[in-house]
Design a protein around this ligand. Structure first.
Ligand SMILES: Cc1ncc(COP(=O)(O)O)c(C=O)c1O
Length: 394
């Protein structure tokens, strides 16, 4: 459960630049600062703290301050994508020869990144475990482990892992815990409060929320770790968020608490509808009492999220036909925008994973994933009804 019971105020005000009314037009929202370099008061002394955009930009800083407030962190750094945030966090936390223990349900793109950047380039060994099983996590940690990396809930099967318990394992073994909190968002889950050392987000998803900006963030309470992340960004990778994207995410986060509640309310209606539908074999949604980790979700999260996935009683071709039949749920990868989407992970979001690994991960041809938007739930159900009825009549 979150320590900040009132994120609505921070979502709107934290980080917003205050205008000096004697010299400015008193803008109620921070302007977009596009300058790549700033005039100095004297050589080497800028006076205002800005020199060159890679080292600091006022719009990006506004966003970083807001993200720090929302994630309960002392420091946040904004990146050009979630992937850039993950790569930089991983490099900040791992050295050559280390071992990483990772939840086997993490985003497939993170697995690819680990394989390329950590395993191949740095000779880091990544051990994937079913982190729903705490015994498996404990057993996987060795004297070489430097990092435990988890996501909860996972994509697309919405499995959870117990953050308190895993943070305890990390602390006992003096290893770092990093949580990708993209699905839950800071509104529904605060991993730093639960003992994580670092949190990453793809802001491309719910934080921006309008499907028009790619970005990421890293947040932490440790100043040395924040410095290392910033150093890697500024001097080694240059993977920072642009001023315009920073503005879009600043704007998006203002409605994040409202949007998340509506995503969740609609997801609950969709999950219940699917759960009772004769053409649906099983539904994955932590808010359903039938979800194997519903109790953990109730204790650990402040909301169950906006993504539902379901196993249809259908062949591959029939499942694809249902996806094509849906109108309001538009066929696209990604999630977290205000509009509802439908994804067929087998042929879309998980298609880059080899078929055997997809199957081992529980992703079948008859699985669909629904990032539920904030439209009227009656319209969403009507769309699902017509899509699935089509399947029954075939
Ligand atoms: C959980 C999760 N983390 C990270 C990412 C990567 O984010 P981005 O696409 O912004 O690089 C994604 C993308 O789908 C994701 O689902």
């Amino acid at each position: 459960m979150t320590d900040n019971p009132k994120p609505e105020t921070d979502a709107i005000h934290a980080g917003e630049q205050e205008a000096d009314l004697s010299v400015s037009s008193g803008d109620i929202v921070s302007p977009i600062h596009v300058a790549t370099h700033h005039e100095m008061e004297q050589p080497g002394e800028s006076g205002h703290g800005y020199k060159y955009s890679r080292f600091g930009n006022p719009t990006r800083e506004s966003l970083e301050n807001r993200l720090a407030a929302l994630t309960g962190a002392d420091y946040a750094t904004a990146f050009s994508s979630g992937t850039a945030a993950i790569a930089t966090a991983a490099l900040a936390l791992c050295d050559s020869g280390d071992q990483v223990v990772a939840f086997d349900g993490i985003y497939g793109g993170t697995r690819l990144l680990f394989e390329d950047l950590l395993c191949t380039k740095l000779d880091v060994q990544v051990e994937y475990v079913d982190a729903t099983d705490l015994g498996a996590v404990k057993e996987a940690v060795t004297s070489n482990t430097s990092l435990i990396w988890v996501e909860t809930p996972t994509n697309p099967l919405l499995k959870l892992c117990d953050l308190d318990a895993i943070a305890e394992i990390a602390t006992r073994n003096q290893v770092r815990l990093c949580v990708d909190n993209t699905f839950a968002t800071p509104i529904f889950q605060q991993p730093l409060d639960q003992g994580a050392d670092l949190v990453v987000h793809s802001t491309t998803k719910y934080l921006n929320g309008h499907s028009d900006s790619t970005g990421g963030a890293v947040a932490t309470n440790e100043s040395a770790l924040a410095d290392r992340v910033a150093e890697l960004q500024e001097y080694a990778m240059g993977n920072l968020m642009s001023p315009f994207d920073s503005y879009l995410v600043l704007r998006g986060t203002k409605t994040l608490p409202l949007r998340m509640r509506q995503h969740e309310a609609n997801a609950a209606v969709v999950a219940e509808f699917l759960d009772e539908h004769p053409s649906v074999r099983s539904v994955h949604y932590p808010g359903l009492e039938s979800h194997p980790q519903h109790d953990l979700a109730s204790a650990q999260m402040d909301g169950f999220g906006g993504v539902v996935s379901a196993e249809l009683d259908a062949t591959d071709a029939e499942t694809r036909a249902v996806v094509e039949e849906l109108d309001l749920f538009r066929t696209a990868v990604s999630l977290g925008g205000v509009e509802s989407l439908v994804d067929h992970p087998w042929s879309m979001s998980a298609s880059f994973i080899p078929p055997e690994e997809r199957r081992d991960a529980g992703i079948s041809e008859s699985l669909i994933r629904l990032p539920v938007g904030i439209e009227h739930s009656d319209d969403l159900i009507a769309d699902l009804e017509q899509g699935l009825d089509n399947l029954r009549s075939e």
